[in-house]
Design a protein around this ligand. Structure first.
Ligand SMILES: Nc1ncnc2c1ncn2[C@@H]1O[C@H](COP(=O)(O)OP(=O)(O)OP(=O)(O)O)[C@@H](O)[C@H]1O
Ligand SMILES: [Mg+2]
Length: 315
């Protein structure tokens, strides 16, 4: 059986620079070791992760300036199929410092370039065209200049053409707008979900009730809520599952959500059950924690952790 098409869209990609530092201090130069450059941004990370598991995703992203060329080279270096659309301004770089003395991680996220209407429309058109079937994964923040209803427009386009199922991982007003139209799968983190509900951190029962509301009201067919160290919840019309992740030594949390999402979509695309897909996704999130820097999960570690994920039904 032919694998289903998976296309990812990253409107605000970045070159993720990571380095180890002995100790963070003020006022003095901090010498960095073990520097690494990775192509990043939600959708690009999802595509990179899928590639490691033998899938053949297509990554779509804007490309601007010399840093945009470097980003494209880094993506090509991982043999991820990609299509870029040209923008006038330079792509951003993010920086993660891993402090060796304490194990603490400092994540500096830059705002990224402003996009003009023609530019974001080109991205919307490219993504729509590439997503005639399978799964369209839109992940990450929207850069300045892109309207809040951008993902909602994508949802509308896909619906009108009977195209791919939209999988969305974003936050704030762009998330709200897209849910008003309805998506296939949404993956908020707990803070993104609290923000969406406009409440202080909800407990499990409140999360379950809110996730079911989204499903019942046609805003999302599947809600995959990730709650950091507290695990994750997956709610659809037929299931409400909670997963407790296996205990692992956290070396960095960058890439956990992207690894989770990549494995969830891949398993669903491979027609695994929701429970089985969820189990693998949670293992992916945990496996990502074991690699410092902008680490995504590795297949051998996911295979080891998958049986250790405890899944229970909440209904
Ligand atoms: N500190 C942690 N301890 C154990 N597991 C974790 C931890 N952080 C993340 N995970 C695993 O990774 C998954 C995704 O993490 P999280 O909920 O933080 O989402 P995220 O998308 O990375 O967050 P955000 O987008 O808000 O930065 C969790 O469901 C969990 O399985
Ligand atoms: Mg996230």
């Amino acid at each position: 059986m032919k694998a289903e098409n998976i296309v990812t869209l990253t409107m605000n990609p970045a070159i993720d620079v990571s380095a180890a530092v002995k100790h963070m201090i003020t006022d003095h130069k901090i010498r960095c070791l073990k520097t690494k450059r990775d192509p990043g941004g939600g959708g690009i990370n999802v595509a990179r992760c899928l590639k490691r598991f033998g899938a053949d995703p297509l990554a779509i992203f804007p490309m601007g300036g010399a840093s945009g060329h470097m980003l494209e080279r880094l993506v090509a270096g991982e043999e991820v199929r990609h299509q870029s659309f040209v923008i006038a301004r330079d792509c951003r770089a993010n920086f993660t410092a891993n402090e060796m003395d304490t194990g603490a991680q400092y994540r500096f996220v830059l705002p990224g370039p402003t996009l003009g209407e023609e530019e974001w429309n080109a991205g919307l058109g490219l993504m729509t065209q590439a997503s005639s079937n399978g799964y369209a994964v839109a992940s990450g923040s929207l850069p300045r200049g892109v309207p809040h209803d951008f993902y909602a427009r994508l949802a509308r386009n896909l619906r009108v053409m009977g195209g791919a199922k939209l999988v969305l991982d974003t936050s704030g007003p762009p998330l709200k707008h897209a849910l008003d139209l309805g998506v296939y799968l949404v993956k908020p983190s707990l803070s993104e979900f609290s923000d969406l509900l406009d409440t202080a951190t909800p407990d499990h029962q409140a999360c379950l009730a809110a996730a079911r509301n989204l499903v019942v009201n046609g805003k999302a067919e599947i809600v995959a809520l990730t709650m950091g160290a507290d695990g994750a919840m997956l709610v659809s019309r037929d299931v409400a599952l909670y997963a407790k992740p296996p205990p692992v030594t956290v070396r960095g949390t960058v890439g956990a959500g992207d690894s989770f999402l990549a494995l969830l979509v891949m398993s669903i695309a491979n027609r695994k059950s929701l429970a089985e897909s969820f189990r693998m996704a949670v293992a992916g999130g945990s496996a990502a924690l074991l690699s410092p820097g902008t680490g995504l999960c590795m297949p051998d570690i996911v295979a080891e952790l998958t049986p250790q994920v405890q899944i229970t039904s909440m209904i």
